[in-house]
Design a protein around this ligand. Structure first.
Ligand code: AMP
Ligand code: MG
Length: 392
């Protein structure tokens, strides 16, 4: 049995970075940027008025001063002449500042009569000019390769004039549930059957992490059924089986992985929940056998598959980040395996769930954190600072 840290580094070692593809900007949400995004232009590209008002030279911005208005310019247009002393140009938000001006008098601060304005007694001192390049300059790296694109990233990329983007291809994942006892939701289970659940949670997690996945028909607990399902799974970058990974008489995953020549990376990890978890590779496909218990499958997915997908996508944003917070209840000495305990983080405090059985999906659904306990860690007390991960 290997440690959790060894398992993580071994599973990451299996991953090759996937190729990139070009997509339309509007289809790039949540995709991983495959190149640095460098601006080719200053933003704004010219000094621009930030308000509706009058562009003038700031030495003329004096209470009661009367100025002649020699033109008008709105966004998208320009004023061709030069503005001299005692003169102003009517401007609107986004208009380029006319030559000779460096300040905007907001329209509320003046009375206009025919082609003249008289400045009010009380005047806003601010210039209300957006300087050329005040948002960003030409040649700046604004987004880095590996960034998972948010809506604000996409707005920024649009302003940089990218109609298309190179993004990482989405890893293709096949999910195989195993077990004679399983039916898919929507079917009528007989009295000794249960409904497959973690299969669907796993698919949702994979979607969230940027992979595409499909759920294959349930493999029954025999070698040929699992082999058939795996045949359907290829081509995939990653094949995940759920259940059947232990050493019971009805656990076939390891046997089938061996039979189809999956080169084993590891089998059994000193972690809770989890232990029976295996990983390996055959040609370019990574095979991972997750434990069947709902909590084990989903927690192991977050701990090992999320960073794996991240490595395939060339992003570090899917690495699990350890944080610390104050414990709200006492914990006993930990056993020999690294324990990831379901907990609820609220307002700086972590409350560890009383029930930690790895079949309890209802407990997992109410948790939002995993408290981390090292192998053989001594008891922890209420108020101790303790490491945890956000639960996805
Ligand atoms: P196994 O690892 O196959 O021994 O399964 C461990 C436990 O998880 C058993 O109680 C299974 O019925 C249950 N289980 C296995 N696969 C799933 C699944 N896809 N959804 C929900 N429970 C499952
Ligand atoms: Mg089973």
């Amino acid at each position: 049995m290997i440690s959790f840290e060894q398992a993580l580094s071994k599973i990451l070692y299996l991953a090759d970075k996937i190729d990139f593809e070009e997509v339309k900007l509007e289809e790039s949400y949540s995709r991983v940027l495959a190149h640095d995004a460098i601006s080719s232009r200053d933003q704004p590209p010219f000094d621009a008025s930030a308000m509706d008002g009058y562009a003038l030279n700031k030495i003329d911005k004096l209470p009661s001063k009367k100025l002649s208005v020699i033109g008008k310019v709105a966004a998208g247009n320009s004023f061709d002449g030069t503005v001299g002393k005692g003169q102003a140009v009517r401007v609107f938000t986004g208009a380029p500042m006319p030559k000779g001006t460096n300040s905007v008098l907001i329209q509320e601060d003046a009375e206009e009569l025919e082609n003249f304005i008289t400045i009010n007694q009380i005047v806003e001192k601010k210039d209300f000019v957006r300087k050329k390049g005040c948002d960003y300059k030409s040649g700046e790296i604004l987004l880095q390769k590996g960034k998972i694109l948010t809506s604000f990233d996409i707005a920024l990329l649009a302003s940089m004039n990218f109609p298309l983007l190179k993004v990482m291809k989405q890893p293709r994942v096949s999910i195989i549930s195993t077990g004679d006892e399983l039916v898919f939701p929507g079917n009528l289970p007989d009295s000794n059957q249960i409904v497959a659940s973690n299969t669907y949670g796993l698919k949702a997690l994979l979607t969230k992490w940027g992979a595409t996945s499909h759920i294959l028909p349930i493999a029954r607990d025999n070698i040929s059924s699992l082999e058939k399902a795996i045949d359907l799974a290829i081509p995939a970058d990653l094949v995940i089986t759920i259940g059947g990974a232990s050493v019971g008489d009805h656990d076939y995953v390891n046997k089938v992985f061996n039979k189809i020549n999956v080169k084993h990376s590891f089998y059994k990890v000193a972690m809770r929940p989890g232990k029976p978890i295996l990983a390996g590779k055959n040609n370019n496909t990574i095979f991972v056998g997750l434990p069947g218990n709902p909590v084990s499958a989903l927690v192991c997915a977050q701990l090992l598959l999320k960073p794996l997908i991240g490595k395939m996508l060339g992003t570090s944003e899917l690495n699990n980040i350890e944080k610390k917070a104050s414990l709200q209840n006492d914990l006993p000495k930990n056993g020999g395996r690294k324990h990831f305990m379901r907990a609820f983080f609220n307002n700086g405090y972590l409350e560890v769930s009383q029930k930690q059985d790895s079949s309890l999906l209802n407990v997992l659904q109410k948790a939002n954190a995993l408290v981390i306990r090292k192998p053989n860690e001594p008891p922890a007390k209420k108020g101790d600072l303790i490491s945890y991960l956000d639960l996805d």
